[in-house]
Design a binder for this molecule. Structure first.
Ligand code: PMP
Length: 304
């Protein structure tokens, strides 16, 4: 079993992680009627009596919006205050990942999102690198990213992740680290749990929000930081072959941070990645609260 932070939030109170358990009849387990978030935090390198959380506000807003798809009113400010309390109670001593979760806790059968009970829970785990920051290999998945007509893709809805799970396993079992999915129009969408960027002739390009992507918070941060650095950023549809001849490709997400791609199928990408490296370094500095310009992206939580 992976290691977890000792305290969880479950059924409106804090309790030991081991006590936060649910019934096998739970509606959300059967029908994918849940939603989750994922944020990273770390002990402040400048003061271990504080923890730093990256883009807390925005993560809370996205979870609140995801809950709306489930017809569950969950205020972003409530999510935020629970997460802050969660961090204080756990007093983490190494980099960590927080997983807030909403799910239909009802024990009744029949797929629906109306007339069901919900719960909001939070747990966490220590988390180092999710993917190798040195670079990974990707395959183009045979699983297509569903469209916004099929699923509420702007939410991190648990049921949507069967697609990511199948794509990731297909990639792993065929000898690759990660899957890149195309959408129903055959355009590049994203990876199993990350957004994708490519660099061509000094331009940073990423599939637009109309390409069936999750609107990633790291993606949003990368776009903003790149623009602040004066780099042109294009949000547009991307063809598969553009990836194969790109100067640089990277994936980004909360868990993966910025992860360079070194090979896609049997196309090897250049090992010199000046833009990826620059963004990786800058994002690391921002997350560690070493960049005054981006201090409003970092919440400092006193651990007491
Ligand atoms: N796409 C998917 C499908 C994801 O699950 C994630 C991770 N939440 C991302 C992209 C990246 O989003 P973020 O940067 O907000 O973590």
């Amino acid at each position: 079993m992976p290691q977890f932070l000792p305290i969880a939030y479950f059924q409106q109170k804090f309790c030991p992680f081991e006590e936060a358990t649910i019934s096998i009849a739970t509606h959300g387990l059967h029908y994918g009627t849940g939603a989750f978030g994922g944020l990273r935090g770390l002990p402040d390198p400048a003061n271990p009596q504080q923890a730093l959380l990256f883009r807390l506000e925005r993560h809370c807003r996205r979870l609140s919006q995801s809950a709306q798809f489930l017809q569950y009113d969950l205020d972003a400010s409530h999510i935020k205050s629970v997460i802050i309390e969660f961090v204080k109670k756990n007093h983490p001593t190494e980099p960590f990942y927080i997983r807030p979760l909403v799910y239909t806790s009802d024990l009744g059968i029949a797929p629906r999102v109306h007339d069901v009970e919900h719960d909001f829970a939070v747990y966490g785990l220590p988390l180092g690198d999710y993917l190798s920051p040195e670079g990974i290999t990707c395959r183009i998945s045979s699983w297509q990213r569903p469209s916004d007509l099929n699923l509420p893709l702007r939410g991190k809805i648990t049921g949507c992740y069967i697609n990511s799970s199948l794509a990731k396993t297909e990639a792993k079992k065929s000898g690759f680290d990660e899957a890149i999915m195309l959408n129903s129009q055959g355009k590049v969408s994203e990876a199993s749990g990350m957004n994708i960027f490519l660099v061509r002739e000094g331009q940073l390009i990423t599939p637009g929000v109309d390409q069936d992507i999750l609107e990633g918070i790291t993606r949003n941060s990368v776009i903003q930081v790149a623009q602040d650095l004066g780099m042109p950023v294009l949000e547009r549809s991307v063809d598969r072959t553009e990836l194969l001849i790109a100067d640089e490709v990277f994936l980004c997400g909360t868990a993966a941070r910025i992860t360079p791609v070194k090979r896609i199928e049997n196309y090897t990408l250049p090992t010199d990645r000046p833009i990826t490296t620059k963004l990786q370094d800058l994002l690391k500095a921002i997350v560690e609260n070493r960049e005054p310009k981006y201090r409003d992206w970092v919440d400092v939580i006193p651990l007491g």
